[in-house]
Design a protein around this ligand. Structure first.
Ligand code: TXA
Ligand code: MG
Length: 318
């Protein structure tokens, strides 16, 4: 048994209070957590991930009542979305109070806040009594972790402890929402879709600009070391890569004429929630299988399919 991984929530809480880095489970992906108000501890997150200091962090809180400790105002629509989706896979970007260290916000006037729904994360936040700054627990720009072992393999030598909470139920990162004159603007798509937001607020925009408002959304991200190709038509692409060793990530049905042990089927139907849950684990497995190239099938461009295509497009970008 590896002592670095375990399910001792009290140990994790003590380490975090003492300023150490601990990988923690959430319902989206594992986070690399530190005491959000301890600047030295937060600086170690950036070092461990090799993350650019210009990319701000999300603060995780135990419950929504604590949000007003860290933000100056909560616009009406933000309030409605928090009531509907928190705790859960939603991150809200709001004007920051001075108590939030500038290393967390990367010197921005806003701070990103999330209340995770994972019971272990909730217990840890309650027990430690501190806010936790936590990006996804992967080296910067690599695939996010959805199992404790993913963290062990990529950041195992950088953390004091990996709190194991099992496989992440949602599997892709939270939906991030900012507000412009109270209009919700989606900076990062997720399991909570634009339609879900619109159903609550009556209005929503999807941010399509460059990095200014959503600094972490660079074109190349979530990338395996193995080249990844995203396509509507795997069969045609396979003709082109005949001479290569190819791994396939698909959904719905296996690709004909290719051994199934070279393929990962993300879901056996079109339940894209299961596809989201399995996507990163599939990418980790494929990346460790020694293929020349990974070919992935594009999802229908609607609902959760949009969030999945977003991740795959960034994984495919150079
Ligand atoms: O599901 C999640 O959100 C996971 C779990 C661990 O909570 N966390 C996560 O963190 O994905 P990270 O750091 O990998 O992605 C957070 C994103 C980055 O793209 C960052 O630029 C953006 O949130 N962000 C953070 N603060 C922001 C702010 N004040 N304004 C705009 N974007 C912000
Ligand atoms: Mg990340």
């Amino acid at each position: 048994m590896n002592e670095l991984i375990g399910n001792d929530i009290e140990k994790a809480a003590e380490l975090l209070v003492a300023g150490q880095l601990v990988a923690i489970p959430t319902e989206t992906v594992y986070g690399l957590a530190a005491h959000a108000l301890n600047e030295e501890a937060v600086a170690n997150i950036f070092k461990a991930k090799n993350r650019p200091p210009t990319n701000p962090l999300i603060i995780h809180l135990a419950n929504k009542e604590q949000i007003s400790d860290y933000v100056t105002t909560i616009p009406g629509n933000a309030h409605k979305l928090i009531e509907r989706f928190c705790p859960g896979p939603l991150t809200v970007v709001l004007p920051a109070k001075d108590i939030v260290p500038s290393i967390v916000t990367a010197d921005r006037a806003t701070v990103a806040i999330r209340i995770p729904a994972h019971p272990v994360a909730h217990r840890l936040l309650t027990l430690s009594g501190i806010p936790l700054a936590a990006p996804s627990a992967n080296p910067s720009s690599y695939i996010s972790p959805t199992k404790a072992e993913h963290v062990l393999h990529t950041l195992g030598n950088k953390v004091s402890y990996i709190l194991d909470g099992g496989e992440c139920a949602a599997g892709i990162e939270s939906t991030i929402i900012g507000f412009e004159d109270d209009i919700p603007v989606i900076y990062r798509q997720g399991i909570i879709t634009a339609d879900d937001i619109k159903a609550v607020t009556g209005v929503v925009r999807v941010y399509s600009g460059t990095a200014t408002l959503a600094p972490g959304m660079s074109a190349a991200h979530y990338s395996p070391k193995t080249p990844l190709l995203l396509t509507d038509n795997i069969e045609t692409q396979l003709q082109q890569y005949k001479a290569k060793s190819v791994g396939i990530i698909t959904y719905d049905n296996y690709v004909a004429d290719i051994a199934t042990d070279r393929q990962i089927l993300l879901c056996t139907d079109t339940d894209l929630g299961s596809a989201a849950r399995n996507l990163y684990a599939a990418m980790h497995t494929m990346d460790n299988s020694g293929y020349d190239i990974i070919i992935a099938k594009k999802f229908p461009d609607a609902g959760i399919g949009r969030a999945l295509n977003d991740r795959l497009q960034r994984a495919a970008a150079k």
